[in-house]
Design a protein around this ligand. Structure first.
Ligand SMILES: Nc1ncnc2c1ncn2[C@@H]1O[C@H](COP(=O)(O)OP(=O)(O)OP(=O)(O)O)[C@@H](O)[C@H]1O
Ligand SMILES: [Mg+2]
Length: 113
């Protein structure tokens, strides 16, 4: 099993959730985060002066799946989130040792089916 962690722009969340649901992949965790990529923060010029935003608001989505679903999910993310400009986000793939469904005690793949 793998955990896919993807950090995206807030406005991309709805289309990503919709595309995942349509592919039969509904379970996920999403939460608001703040972050920066390799460009660092952004400098914004207001009439009153320049303001620097060190960390920008993003959404992090976490999905735990069997190994054979990983590429499908990466394809969906690329298709729905990518605009082709800096700040599009990043995908991290992390090995998951075990999963337990609390209600039933099922473990591993059975617990995420
Ligand atoms: N190496 C990293 N470690 C942890 N979080 C990261 C890393 N790179 C990016 N992020 C997170 O992803 C968000 C989006 O990153 P971003 O898309 O700007 O990556 P990038 O490497 O700068 O690529 P690009 O050049 O396309 O902007 C960041 O705001 C940050 O939250
Ligand atoms: Mg960047």
């Amino acid at each position: 099993m793998k955990k896919i962690e993807v950090i995206i722009r807030e406005e991309a969340l709805d289309s990503l959730k919709k595309a995942l649901s349509e592919a039969g992949l509904s379970p996920l965790t999403a939460y608001s985060v703040r972050g920066r990529g390799r460009q660092g923060g952004i400098r914004y010029k207001w009439p009153e002066g320049v303001e620097y935003y060190d960390l920008l608001p993003r959404v992090k989505v976490e999905i735990v799946v069997d190994d054979n679903e990983v590429n499908k999910i990466i394809d969906i993310i690329m298709r729905t989130v990518r605009r082709g400009v800096p700040g599009d986000g990043k995908i991290f793939i992390i090995p998951v040792e075990d999963v337990i469904r609390i209600r039933t005690g099922e473990r591993g793949s059975k617990a995420i089916k």
